[in-house]
Unconditional design. Structure first.
Length: 299
């Protein structure tokens, strides 16, 4: 092959490669343009969802009660710490038409859609419960589940603790579903026990309880309720705070004072997690029976 033929062949090959390069550059430009548009849509979607989540938290925080009725014979301390990562907590303390009975409800939903659904049902039910003489807690749980299940998705879950306390004899009837923490401390013995019904969380396959649990409260007994945001608080190594640490915090806390005990537990959780934003809403309710308990005869 002559030098001129080789030169022509090389020039043709170079021209071919240059054309292929131009095509690749054009493809790359189109790809970058499409990627830029996709990023803009994604950023817009994230901004919209973030605003919706923030709005949901504002609404939820506004609906969580900040004032509770004064109930003779009992003292309460509560704290709600919202999370922008995963929300869904709600709690309330309310009297019934029968003024010697009052209810305590604490709940935590799996996500924002379930949170909205659960909150709607709870707000409806607590207003109904205030006007009733006090259904047994397991009956309330069944009614709650019946109203929820029609609109629940397969992945939706909720933890709920509901207690009905009668000031005539200081008996607490209760039911607990899911991972919500409920602890009772007997003042006389100092022993702390978990209040549980052995139920899974409210979900589409939830099996409602057939009866409520019962507990007699005595002077200076205390009850601590907290949602899974407390036990799921994590440290830098990814370790969860857990039920055992909550119990230890309870035992190591001040022996008197509901506010002091509440602050102690939350301080221990914050110290463990490094005071970062909680991965889930955190709700803590502390109840203490006052010293002078006058048990009233049932009418």
């Amino acid at each position: 092959m002559s030098m001129s033929s080789i030169e022509q062949e090389l020039r043709a090959k170079v021209a071919e490669l240059e054309e292929e390069l131009r095509e690749r550059q054009a493809d790359l430009k189109r790809f970058r343009d499409e990627l830029g548009k996709a990023n803009q849509r994604l950023e817009s979607m994230i901004a919209r969802l973030t605003n919706e989540i923030k709005l949901a938290h504002v609404i939820q925080k506004a609906l969580v009660p900040t004032e509770f009725p004064h109930i003779n014979g009992f003292e309460f301390s509560t704290k709600f710490v919202p999370s922008t990562l995963a929300g869904g907590d709600y709690f309330d303390i309310f009297e019934h038409e029968d003024r010697f009975r009052f209810g305590v409800i604490v709940s935590s939903a799996s996500g924002h859609s379930m949170s909205a659904l659960l909150l709607t049902v709870l707000l409806k039910m607590t207003s109904q419960l205030e006007a009733k003489k006090g259904s047994e807690p397991h009956q309330v749980m069944l009614e709650m589940f019946d109203q929820l299940k029609e609109n629940m998705a397969p992945e939706d879950t909720a933890d709920v603790f509901y207690a009905l306390i009668d000031r005539r004899n200081y008996e607490m009837r209760f039911v607990r579903a899911g991972e919500l923490v409920a602890l009772h401390q007997n003042f006389s013995t100092g022993e702390v026990q978990s209040l549980g019904s052995g139920l899974g969380p409210l979900s589409l396959d939830f099996q409602p309880p057939l009866t409520s649990e019962g507990l007699m409260l005595n002077p200076r007994d205390r009850v601590v309720l907290c949602t899974r945001g407390v036990i799921e608080a994590r440290n830098a190594e990814g370790e969860a705070y857990g039920m055992e640490r909550v119990t230890r915090s309870f035992l190591s806390g001040p022996k008197r004072g509901v506010h002091e005990l509440r602050n102690h537990i939350l301080y221990e959780v914050s110290k463990f997690s490094g005071a970062v934003e909680p991965v889930r809403d955190q709700t803590l309710v502390v109840l203490e029976v006052k010293d002078k308990v006058i048990k009233l005869a049932k009418s």
